[in-house]
Ligand binder design. Structure first.
Ligand code: HCA
Ligand code: CU
Length: 385
């Protein structure tokens, strides 16, 4: 797993997210940050617009160490757009499922393969390195898919991309799909999993276990419909569950998420794993009690590792341990009676969560969260009525 590569498609798949359209400068900023984070490749589609072409050209000149992949359809005209941007790597895609061939493209299986081979040969004749993606592979007839991958490889494709375009796979199925592709080609295999059933991460990991060489992600899982595997979730799962020794700059994960959210005007959902506000927030008294003794009791990731903040919520669920902690940070050495009385008092207020404290590694207070101050003011206003 330590050899598994990561391709970030925030600038291509991510821009297919509803409401997302980056400016040229934003794309360059994202590219620089992903490069610094340590992904192996980033992907962008120059055929979309002049601004995308200029972004790609600028990225090519920027001296990034990450591989830049120019994504387009399996058509000579899209290859030409990529060539005009001086790229080394292109990615081209063509549908292989019957539903796409008949309803989207209105062509036969034979015509699809023929057109794809021509596009591959065209790109190779211009000295390009090439990934070929068999779109909607997970709904294709396995025999046709296998034949298609083998012919495309013979035509010169350097990598084969296996997407679960509609997010319909189970992890076991994804593993089987990778095995099928591995039998059909000796080229490295990319995997691209959509999250329609919330299985993108599980499917990506299963594909990696089955021998996929590279996994596609986006920042915060942005992408068509509900998106694809998220960069933060995949890289942290690899580190925690597979002991990957990749030296990504994990501490940038929260920052990357905030940056993209500021560009898209979509707030990061509080419940988003790893980078969401709630990812390291603790509330119930039993949890606070344990956290105060040892944060590992309820945290698998120290927030500092991913650039996030630990927060403690105080209110009706705080219990006597939460109350004792609160007294201590206010400079009062708590007795059992005081702690119990405050816990009961917090419950009797019947106000739910009262406020949150952002705390550091040693559980010392960093800040009272501003949103909570507003809530607190509301509490006081309503209790004086
Ligand atoms: C699309 C296609 C694609 C391609 C994936 C890839 C998919 O959005 O139009 O090139 O690896 O999900 O099949 O994103
Ligand atoms: Cu996709």
């Amino acid at each position: 797993m330590s050899r598994l590569k990561i391709l970030d498609s925030t600038l291509r798949e991510g821009e297919q997210s509803v409401g997302v359209s980056f400016t040229r400068r934003q794309r360059i900023q994202i590219a620089w940050m992903l490069d610094y984070f340590g992904v192996d490749s980033i992907e962008i589609s120059p055929a979309v617009s002049q601004s995308h072409r200029e972004s790609l050209q600028e990225m090519m000149k920027a001296g990034l160490s990450t591989q830049i992949v120019s994504h387009g359809r399996a058509l000579p005209e899209d290859v030409d757009v990529s060539r005009a941007c001086d790229v080394e790597w292109v990615a081209m895609y063509h549908s292989v499922s019957d539903i796409h061939l008949s309803s989207k493209l209105h062509i036969s299986r034979e015509a699809a393969l023929e057109r794809s081979i021509r596009a591959v040969e065209y790109a190779k004749s211009h000295g390009l390195k090439l990934r070929f993606t068999v779109e909607d592979a997970s709904r294709a007839d396995p025999e046709y898919l296998s034949h298609f991958i083998s012919e495309i490889s013979k035509a010169g494709a350097d990598r084969i991309g296996i997407p679960d375009t509609v997010g319909i796979m189970l992890p076991q199925g994804m593993a089987k799909l990778v095995e099928l592709a591995r039998k059909a080609t000796n080229r490295p295999i990319d995997v691209h999993c959509h999250n329609d059933l919330g299985l993108a991460l599980a499917n990506s990991l299963a594909a990696a276990e089955a021998g996929a060489d590279q996994i596609h992600v986006t920042i915060d899982g942005l992408g068509e419909r509900v998106g694809i595997t998220s960069l933060a979730e995949l890289t942290m799962a690899l580190k925690l569950l597979y002991n990957s020794n990749r030296s990504f700059r994990y501490e940038m994960l929260s920052e990357l998420s905030k940056l993209v959210s500021s560009y898209t005007n979509n707030p990061v959902p509080a419940t988003r794993p790893i980078v969401g506000k709630n990812a390291h927030t603790h509330k119930a008294g039993t949890h606070l009690a344990a956290m105060i003794r040892n944060p590992e009791a309820y945290e698998i990731i120290p927030p500092r590792l991913v650039g996030n903040t630990r927060r403690l919520v105080f209110g009706e669920l705080s219990g006597k341990n939460g109350a004792a902690y609160l007294l201590r940070i206010l400079g009062v050495e708590p007795t059992m009676e005081m702690s119990k009385a405050i816990a009961i008092g917090l419950k009797n207020l019947q106000c739910g969560d009262l406020f949150e404290l952002a705390v550091d590694d040693r559980l010392e207070v960093k800040a009272l969260e501003s949103e909570s101050k507003i809530k607190q003011a509301e509490v006081f206003a309503s209790s004086s009525n």
